[in-house]
Ligand binder design. Structure first.
Ligand SMILES: [Fe+2]
Length: 383
C-alpha cells in the first residue's frame, strides 16, 4: 500500500513571511522558537515585527543547539506552557523545527516526550497551530511529519500526521545570511533526501516526481546559492527543492547515507548536512549494483548527457557529478578532524557499522548492507 499526504500549506517568495497573517490572528500568543544566532543577526526581529503588526504577542525561545537532545524538548515545552502560547512559530533550521513540532504537540497533550518517543503513546488532542519558517534549505522538516531528537545515544525519528505544520513559509530574504559552507552542506542534505527516496525500496510515483525535480533544481541552483548568497532566485529555488526532497524522503524513506549519519551525529556531533555530504558518493556507489537504472535517471536529472552510456556507466557518472559538485563547493571529503577530536579508535568503526546496519532507515536501502562493507566506508570517511 502506498500513501501520500501533504496537509501543509507551502508559500514561497521574497517577503512571504507577511503571510503569517493567514495563520495567526490578533490576540494570539506566539512562542517563537529559533536559535541564538538568528536573534543576534536580527532575523528573528523581522518575524517579531510581522507578528506585532498582526496584533499577536510573541516571546522567544532560542536555546536550541544543533542535533537537539530530549532535555531541550523538556525546556522548550516548559517555556511554551509558561507563557500560555496558543501558536508555535519556528524560525530556523532542522533542529529548532523538529523541537518546535514536538513541543506544539506536547503543549496540548498529557505525558512526557519519552512516552511518545519510546513508548508509542499517541496524542489525544490536536497540536497547537504550528508554522515553520525555514532559514536553511536542507532538512525539509517544514513539510515532514517526522521529528528527530537524540536520546539514549540514538538519533531517533518519531513520526505522526500530528507533526505536520499548518503552514511553511519559504522566504529567501531570511536565508541570505546563511554562510556558503552551511548553504552547501544543508543543500547536499536535501540532495541526499531526494536520491535516497528515489532509489529506496519504498519509492512510488508521487515521490519519484518530487525527488527527480528536486535533484534537477539543486544541481542548477545550489552552486549559485553557494557562490552568491544574495541571489534570491537561487535561494528560493533551493528552498523549494529542499521542501520537495523533504516530502519525498518523509513519505518514501531514506537509506544507507542517513543510516551512517546517525552514529556520526550521536557520538561525534558531526553536523547532519556535513556527515551526509561526505557519505553520499559512497552510498550512491554502494547501491549501483542494486539499482543502476534508477541511478541512471538521477544522472539525467543532474544534467549528465547519458547518450550511449549503459545504466551502470550513467550511474557511475551520477556519483562523479555529485563529487564534482561537492568539490566545487569545497565540502570536505572526509571527517578525519572529528575522528581525531573525539579520540576514536578502531572499535568505533565497527560499532558505527553495526549500529548503521540496525537502523530503521537502512531497511529502505535498495541493497541490503553487510557490516563489513559499511565498516569499509566508515574507514574511508574517518581515517
Ligand atoms: Fe537529512
Amino acid at each position: 500500500m502506498k500513501r501520500f499526504l501533504l496537509p501543509t500549506e507551502v508559500i514561497s517568495g521574497p517577503g512571504c513571511i507577511q503571510e503569517l497573517k493567514r495563520f495567526i490572528k490578533e490576540g494570539d500568543k506566539v512562542a517563537l522558537i529559533t536559535d541564538s544566532f538568528l536573534v543576534k543577526i536580527g532575523v528573528a526581529e523581522k518575524v517579531e515585527e510581522v507578528l506585532k503588526n498582526i496584533g499577536a504577542t510573541s516571546q522567544i525561545f532560542d536555546d536550541i543547539p544543533p542535533n537537539p537532545h530530549a532535555e531541550v524538548v523538556g525546556k522548550c515545552r516548559a517555556f511554551v506552557e509558561d507563557i500560555g502560547a496558543n501558536v508555535v512559530v519556528c524560525l530556523g533550521g532542522g533542529s529548532p523545527m523538529d523541537v518546535a513540532k514536538v513541543v506544539a504537540m506536547l503543549a496540548n497533550n498529557e505525558g512526557t516526550w519519552e512516552d511518545y518517543q519510546w513508548n508509542m503513546k499517541q496524542p489525544a488532542n490536536p497540536p497547537l497551530t504550528y508554522i515553520a519558517i525555514p532559514t536553511t534549505s536542507g532538512t525539509g522538516s517544514e513539510v515532514t511529519k517526522t521529528a528527530v531528537i537524540i536520546d539514549r545515544n540514538t538519533k531517533k525519528g518519531t513520526g505522526g500526521d500530528f507533526f505536520f505544520a499548518k503552514g511553511a513559509l519559504l522566504d529567501p530574504e531570511l536565508m541570505v545570511s546563511l554562510p556558503p559552507m552551511l548553504t552547501a552542506t544543508t543543500g547536499i542534505d536535501a540532495m541526499t533526501h531526494a536520491i535516497e527516496a528515489y532509489v529506496g525500496k519504498n519509492n512510488q510515483p508521487f515521490t519519484d516526481a518530487l525527488a527527480l525535480e528536486a535533484i534537477g533544481i539543486l544541481a542548477k541552483y545550489l552552486p549559485r546559492a553557494f557562490s552568491n548568497g544574495d541571489d534570491l532566485l537561487a535561494r528560493e529555488q533551493v528552498a523549494i527543492a529542499a521542501a520537495m526532497a523533504g516530502l519525498a524522503m518523509d513519505q518514501s524513506g531514506l537509506g544507507i547515507v542517513h543510516s551512517m549519519s546517525g552514529p556520526l551525529s550521536s557520538y561525534y556531533d558531526v553536523p547532519h548536512g556535513l556527515s551526509n555530504a561526505v557519505g553520499l558518493p559512497y552510498g550512491m556507489a554502494y547501491n549501483i549494483i542494486a539499482v543502476p537504472e534508477r541511478l541512471a535517471r538521477i544522472a539525467e536529472a543532474l544534467g549528465v548527457d547519458i547518450t550511449g552510456l549503459s545504466d551502470r556507466e550513467a550511474a557511475q557518472a551520477a556519483v562523479e557529478t555529485v563529487m564534482d559538485m561537492m568539490d566545487d563547493m569545497q565540502i570536505p571529503k572526509d571527517l578525519n578532524d572529528y575522528f581525531m577530536k573525539y579520540g576514536a579508535d578502531e572499535g568505533d568503526i565497527e560499532k558505527f557499522a553495526e549500529e548503521s546496519c540496525k537502523m530503521f532507515l537502512m531497511r529502505n536501502n535498495p541493497r541490503n548492507p553487510q557490516v563489513k562493507d559499511i565498516a569499509e566506508i566508515f574507514e574511508a570517511i574517518l581515517k
